[in-house]
Every structure is written in structure tokens, then in C-alpha cells.
Design a protein around this ligand. Sequence first.
Ligand SMILES: [Zn+2]
Length: 215
Amino acid sequence: MEINKVYSGFRLDRIERIDEINGTAYEMKHEKSGARLIYIDSPDSNKVFNIAFRTTPHNSTGVAHIMEHSVLCGSRKFPLKEPFVELVKGSLNTFLNAMTYPDKTMYPVASKNDKDFHNLMDVYLDAVLYPRVREDAEIVMQEGWHYELDRADDELTYKGVVFNEMKGVYSSPDSVLERQMMRELFPDTTYGVDSGGDPDHITDLTYEEFQEFYR
Ligand SMILES: [Zn+2]
């Protein structure tokens, strides 16, 4: 490969040897979208793919975290309820997960089987670029928050996958302390809010705000 040449729409900017992993890194840029790509050529039998996005929330509704969950609930080519769960059960993956940080969200997959690796990439790329949640608000209600009422005389409560997950996180004194420290240290930046979602604020999230964040 040669510097400044274009491969499948990606221009090659830099080539660098990385001895620690016995590999060569190719830094490329997608000319049409501006997406950055790093390809590492190494003799490792484990193949890894990771797509990551800059996700910097302005409040603690957990929109980035709910986004991470929601895009894995079906897509254009894979319109099933939980492709992620099916992959965990039925693929030869050696790693499969998604995680939300204060300023980014990433979707890494790995496999030692070439066919499986390409399938995993296909499912993940379709999930993040064409998620069903763009048309289906109920996915956000399921993954984010919704009202729950089993019987008419019950008390109205909040439920939701991320809402419940974060209630668990906020019941740990250590994590409450850590979050308060972040709020005090970085009050005016994305690091001062909770990208995972504060249960007191998750229920402020609207589908419109969710869609805006995706765009
Ligand atoms: Zn989660």
C-alpha cells in the first residue's frame, strides 16, 4: 500500500511499524465521510474489529448509554429483537461487547474464524449505521425508560434496561462518590455529566432528544 493512494474510498495517510505487537499500522481517512480508520496488519490469529464514535452528552439522561443498547436491538438487514444476544450464543466470537465512556462509544468484536469475523462485522456495522430504533420509539422505552403499571391500583413506577442498570450503579457508595467528584472537577464539560445516566435524570430523556443525538 502507498501513502496518499485511495483504497475502497479510504486515503492512506501514514504507515508505522509497531514492534510491541509485531505489526504494521495503516492510518487512513474515508474521503466521503471523514471517518478515520486504523488497520493493523499482524500475524495474530485473532482478528479484531472495532467501530467507535465520539459521543459527548450535555446532560445525565444517559442518552449515549441508551443509544449503545438501542442500536443493538435490530437493524435493516437483521430485523430481529436482539441480534447481540443471538451472536453471543451462536457465533465463534472470542470477544463481543459494546461500551460507553464519558466521551466515546465503541463496538468491538473478535474471532479466529474468518467467515465468522466477517459476519460479526456485518452485524455490528448494520446495527450502528441502520438501527431499527430510528423508526421504533418502543426500543428506547424498553432500553431507556417507561412507565410500568401491572394493575390499575398499583403504584405507577419507572422501568427500563438502562434505568434499572444505573439504579444498581447508583446504589454503590464508591460510584456515587466518583460521579460527584467528576461533577465538581469538570462542571462545564461533558466529563461533568454522567454518560451512563443518572436515574434521577434518565426519565427526562425524550425520543426527539434521542434522535437528535443519533444524528
Ligand atoms: Zn448498559
